[in-house]
Write a protein that binds this ligand. Sequence first.
Ligand code: GCO
Length: 430
Amino acid sequence: MAVQVALHEKKRETWAPMIQFPKDFLWGAATAAYQVEGGNIHADWWRWEKKTGKENSGLACCHYDLYASDFALAKDLGHNAHRLSVEWSRIEPEEGKFSEEALKHYVDVILALKARRIEPVVTLHHFTNPAWLADSGGWENKKSVAAFLHYSEFMVRALAAYVRYWITVNEPTIYFSHAYILGVWPPQEKSLWKAWTIKNRLAEAHIKTYRLIHKIYKKLNIPKPSVSIAQHMQAFVPCTPSIKNRFATFLRHQWFNLGYIDMFVRHQALDFIGVNYYSRQLVELEKWGFRNLAADVCKNNHHPVEKNSLGWDIYPEGLSDLLLKLKKYNLPVMITENGVCVSDDSRRWEYIAGHLRQMHQAMEQGVPVTGYLYWSLLDNFEWDKGFAPRFGLIGMDYKTQQRTVRESAVKFSKVCKTGILEERSHQLLG
Ligand code: GCO
């Protein structure tokens, strides 16, 4: 039957309506120090990789040395913004001993972006900690917050003149859930109690760092900075509209997407909302219970959608829903990460275009989105998954360190350069 229908359908290629983004929009990509730099020997992750026998980050993309040529590629691709992180364990390899050399390196990195008129968005904590901090209990240790503030002060003073956008902590919910509940990241704990402690400690770290950054800018008489976290947000969708599923969906959205945002808004410690969006979670509860409410998902592949190479659902429509739910905060929103790992690069462009369309829809309905940073500029070290997932606009040959600009990067660059998304679409005419 389906075949017969298909035979009667005429397939015609048309141009979908042009989508135009604001002139001053920030376009670019994101990276994190540990995933691209290579040789981060003083980080807790470095030691953990060796201990567990997982794939080692090793030289990664040698971005520590090759940053300037990588930024030149980003510039060619029309990027006018770039998110990166600074590695605490390089800056403070031993407790209280700050490395002027590492600091100079990061100043040079930021200057290399500024020279290309690329706006830096700087993250202070992106999952890794100095090994000495891990040895003293990591974020379980009360002193971690003071230590983080000390390091942040050192960085912010040095970079304030060049940096407007700061991300204090990347994806705190992912960090405490992977490291302290699921036990798949260092220090591999499985304790709700510890997770709760870390959750609160990261919140305290953000709020205090937020205030510190603003104080430093004021003192140095520099125009106000814009400070946020990069919050991992998912589209939680009930598999069936049962009360259990709808209630769990509501709770998860509240806890995992908005928990930190609400808290920071209450503390007046958020200048914009940094959103990392990748995927959908199909909520299907087996039974009532705390764990079920927090974690049960559909295991029967109901409502199937395409998946990335790590098996995550591809669900662009979730982005506009999510953005519309952020409207109530009256804060600018920046997409600080959105990306896909696929072996077929044409699917990457589909992913980007699909998400840009959804983002634009939300903007038309009044959500003040100010930028879109694709994850990631380069293929890189995907934490406990190693180098297999390919998220990059630019492909990596890790043996030769050769970079290859992918077709998707070129297509995305047209949007970056013109602010216009123009796409060929297939329309079925009956
Ligand atoms: C994260 C991080 C990135 C990941 C990316 C793809 O969100 O986990 O910010 O470090 O590499 O999200 O999984």
